[in-house]
Write a protein that binds this ligand. Structure first.
Ligand code: COA
Length: 240
C-alpha cells in the first residue's frame, strides 16, 4: 500500500501522527525542519487496511514506507505514533537512525470512558477529547477545529481501533528488565501540562534508556502545534 504523505523539504525524517489524526498535525515541522509526514492507513489520504488491529500492524506499513522512500531515517511519532515509532525500530532496526517521541510512552493505557465513548458515543466523545488534547491556555480556534475535523473524518471505527491499539501497547516491563534495548539516539518531547501522556512517561525513557528528555512549558498533548518554535528548535538540535 502507498501511504499518503506530505514533504516540503526532503530530509530522512518520517513523522507519524497519533490516534484519529493525520499528517496535518506536523505541518510546522514538515515546513521548517523537513521530512515526510505520513498518514497511517485509514487516516487522512491513506487507504485503509482492514487487517490492522495493533501498533505492530501499523508499524509494518511504516517500515515499508521508510524502505521504499528513504532507505533509513529518523522516526518521529506523536502519542500512538510514538508507539508505532518504537515498534518500527523493533521490527526493522536497520532502517531506523534515531527515535523521537512526542507526547508518548512505553505504555499507553487509555481511560476506559474514552475507549467506550469512541465506540458508543462518538460525536460527543470527539468533542470532549479536545479538552484533554490542548492546554487550556491555547486558544487558536482554527487549529483546534482542524484537529476536531481530523478526528471526525477518521470516524468512530478508526478512532476506536487507534485507542484500543494504544491501550494494548505495553513495553514498560520489557524496557525495565532490559529484555528490549534501544541502541540509537532517542529524544522525548512532552508538554508540561500534558494530561494524556504526562512528563513521567517521557522521564521513564530518560531514566531507563538514557534518552534525552525535553519538557516544553505551557503546552499540552498537542505540543507540536501548541509550541511549534520550541519543538522545532529542540528537533533541529537533536537531528542535525
Ligand atoms: N511510563 C511510565 N510510567 C507509566 C507509564 C508510562 N508510559 N504508563 C503507566 N505508568 C505508571 C503509572 O503512572 C502508574 O504508576 P503509579 O502506580 O506509581 O501511579 C503505573 O505505571 C500503572 O499505571 P497504568 O498501567 O496506566 O494503570 P492505572 O490503573 O494506574 O491507570 C489509566 C490507567 C488509564 C487511568 C491511566 O493510564 C491514565 O490516566 N492514562 C492517561 C489517559 C489516557 O487515556 N491517555 C491516552 C493515551 S493515548
Amino acid at each position: 500500500m502507498t501511504l499518503s504523505y506530505l514533504v516540503k523539504k526532503e530530509a530522512p525524517y518520517v513523522y507519524i501522527h497519533g490516534s484519529g489524526c493525520s499528517k496535518n498535525i506536523w505541518i510546522h515541522q514538515i515546513s521548517e525542519v523537513g521530512g515526510y509526514g505520513i498518514d497511517l492507513p485509514g487516516h487522512g489520504g491513506s487507504p485503509d487496511d482492514e487487517n490492522i488491529s495493533s501498533v505492530e500492524d501499523y508499524a509494518k506499513h511504516v517500515v515499508d514506507f521508510i524502505k521504499t522512500k528513504i532507505g533509513k531515517g529518523y522516526v518521529i511519532g506523536h502519542s500512538l505514533g510514538g508507539a508505532v515509532a518504537q515498534m518500527t525500530y523493533l521490527l526493522s532496526r536497520d532502517c531506523v537512525k534515531g527515535i523521537v517521541l512526542v507526547g508518548s510512552g512505553a505504555r499507553l493505557r487509555v481511560l476506559p470512558e474514552i475507549l467506550w465513548g469512541f465506540k458508543n458515543n462518538f460525536l460527543s466523545t470527539a468533542h470532549k477529547s479536545i479538552d484533554f488534547l490542548f492546554y487550556k491556555g491555547f486558544n487558536e480556534k482554527e487549529v483546534i477545529k482542524e484537529i476536531l475535523d481530523d478526528i471526525l473524518d477518521c470516524g468512530s471505527e478508526i478512532c476506536f481501533r487507534d485507542f484500543n491499539a494504544c491501550d494494548k501497547f505495553d513495553l514498560l516491563e520489557k524496557y525495565k528488565n532490559k529484555e528490549i534495548e534501544i541502541n540509537v539516539p532517542m529524544l522525548c518531547i512532552v508538554g508540561n501540562k500534558d494530561v494524556l501522556t504526562p512528563p513521567k512517561y517521557a522521564r521513564f525513557f530518560g531514566d531507563v534508556l538514557g534518552a534525552k528528555v525535553e519538557i516544553i512549558k505551557d503546552a499540552g498533548h498537542m505540543v507540536m502545534l501548541e509550541k511549534p518554535k520550541e519543538v522545532n528548535r529542540v528537533l533541529i538540535d537533536f537531528l542535525t
